[in-house]
Design a protein around this ligand. Structure first.
Ligand SMILES: [Zn+2]
Length: 219
């Protein structure tokens, strides 16, 4: 019954997303019908791809500036979940083009449980959509945060690393022997993703890599 309700909810959401014809969240121009599920082609083309080092898998799909900031804010603060799917589709294209491994599991970075629920939902939405585009499964409960943390944005890189040590626990029965891709929405120093990856590796995962929607450029 719970699975049936979940399928019904997803069906209703997909229908709403397909019918969406509101303005582009970046430039606010009206969109014709179902164009690109709510983001105009010009704004898609204007997003800044994250830079990658040759031979390495990307740490993020975009650089966190310009249009992606507006889209991310709509997703996070207005809970406009329909935006997760087209963003995840772009993430999947970048990941595949990079030659990254094919994941068995996509695991979102768990947010602080003290945050408002819709503000901590974004990594989970991206993980669910990315799993569909990469034809694998998302496991939101594979990783948990074992203590609350205050915001990281005003901390130095060293303070962040210290605050994050031992912050996550992964479930061995879920991740052991699997290729696991850990997903977050925004990464700055990468410290949170590295600590999450360490926890998943310690729980017996075969291979672990990390990927984010966007990387904050150096100030
Ligand atoms: Zn636009």
């Amino acid at each position: 019954m719970r699975e049936f309700r979940r399928i019904l909810r997803r069906g209703a959401f997909d229908l709403a997303a397909a019918c969406w014809s509101g303005p582009c969240p970046v430039c606010l121009s009206p969109l014709p019908g179902r164009a690109l599920r709510g983001i105009c082609p010009a704004c898609w083309c204007g997003l800044t791809r994250a830079e990658t080092t040759d031979g390495e898998t990307p740490r993020a799909a975009f650089t966190y500036r310009g249009g992606i900031v507006k889209i991310h804010r709509r997703l996070k603060f207005s809970a406009e979940k329909y935006l997760a799917s087209p963003l995840a589709r772009r993430m999947a294209l970048v990941w595949k083009a990079s030659g990254g491994f094919h994941p068995d599991l996509i695991v979102p970075v768990p947010a602080d449980p003290l945050r408002l629920s819709y503000r901590r939902a974004v990594p989970g939405w991206l993980a669910d959509s990315l799993a569909r585009h990469l034809e694998c499964v998302a496991k939101r409960n594979a990783l948990r945060k074992i203590r609350p943390t205050r915001t990281q944005t005003k901390r130095s890189a060293r303070e962040r690393r210290t605050a994050l040590v031992g912050l996550f626990r992964a479930k061995p029965r879920v991740v052991a022997g699997k290729n696991v891709l850990i997903v977050d929405d925004i990464t700055t120093t990468g410290a949170t993703l590295r600590e999450a990856a360490r926890a998943v590796q310690e729980a017996g995962a075969l291979h672990v890599d990390t990927f984010a929607l966007a990387h904050t450029p150096p100030a």
